[in-house]
Ligand binder design. Structure first.
Ligand code: SF4
Length: 299
């Protein structure tokens, strides 16, 4: 088997449909994410994320603003999903994540979008904020795969994942791209109303790494593996330093980490977040990454 073929191409039809069925069952008493709302999404009920049973997307297209290993020449084939299970107060995409901008698409249409992105020359299918639609997206990957999709699929998520769900994505997702946002429960509670974020994100990243390992880059493009993003927050450098320690010491110093400095105030945020990041704050975090050997994702 060609190791550069996406992992889902090695799954049998029965395995695929079994995964879709198991994921749909989880929607019946929804625990697709750690919030475990328990609502019946299949009956149209809504939980914390506001998503229902139907897939909703806000936009899709070739995206050139992602990491260079995802973009190449043809761009990353992004599909922006509507709503979000984390709902951070500083979110830069509030129209989509909090206000629900988007439209309902059928699973078949979503599969066709994936194929269209492939035809357009994109290098991967990049599912942005996918966790609350895991069953529908896996079914769409299945349909697209049967029709010839052969691009790696990127699970571009907040890091606030349910490991039970991640295990059902094993052998389907090629590249996990979680955020790692917080290192302290108090901060996660204050900014995302998710005091268990640190515990859940760490166990999720361990599971993702178990499935896909360090990022494999072939001819300049990501083929498989883990890529972690971390947005530095103003005045919260200790969070960043703790996160980098965790990645280097408990995951792998070969982890591809994108340390991001582009925070700008958005939405209703606590006073200390109401400013952009200082250059000195960014430099301290980068120095720490270098000292830990986490250099793969540094610009
Ligand atoms: S995916 Fe949505 S409804 Fe399901 S547990 Fe998470 S927040 Fe609740």
């Amino acid at each position: 088997m060609n190791s550069q073929l996406p992992v889902y191409r090695q799954l049998t039809r029965n395995e695929f449909t079994g995964r879709v069925e198991s994921l749909r069952k989880i929607m019946r008493f929804c625990r697709l994410c750690p919030r475990k709302c328990g609502v019946n999404r299949l009956a149209g009920e809504k939980g914390y994320c506001q998503a229902r049973d139907k897939l909703e997307i806000s936009s899709y297209g070739a995206h050139y603003g992602e990491e260079s290993v995802l973009v190449g020449e043809g761009g990353s084939g992004t599909i922006f999903l509507t709503w979000c299970n984390l709902r951070c107060c500083f979110c830069q995409n509030q129209e989509i994540s909090l206000l629900g901008q988007g439209r309902i698409v059928s699973i078949q249409e979503c599969a066709e979008i994936m194929l269209r992105l492939q035809e357009r020359g994109c290098h991967n299918i990049n599912l942005v904020t996918p966790s609350h639609y895991a069953p529908q997206l896996v079914e769409a990957i299945f349909l697209a795969s049967a029709a010839g999709l052969s691009l790696p699929v990127v699970w571009n998520c907040s890091g606030y994942e349910n490991v039970e769900v991640l295990k059902l994505l094993d052998g389907i997702i090629d590249i996990y791209m979680p955020d790692l946002k917080y290192n302290q429960a108090d901060t996660a509670k204050l900014l995302s109303n998710a005091p268990d974020y640190v515990v859940r994100s760490r166990e999720s990243i361990r599971e993702m790494y178990r499935q896909v390992g360090d990022l494999l880059v072939v001819n300049g493009l990501a083929a498989k593996g883990l890529l972690v993003r971390h947005l530095i927050l103003p005045g919260k450098i200790e969070e960043s330093l703790g996160i980098l320690d965790f990645i280097a010491k408990e995951i792998s110093f070969r982890t591809y980490v994108n340390v991001m400095s582009q925070y700008h105030p958005c939405g209703v945020v606590p006073a200390d977040l109401n400013r952009p990041l200082f250059l000195t704050e960014y430099q301290k975090v980068v120095e720490k990454a270098v000292s830990l050997g986490l250099t793969r994702g540094l610009k």
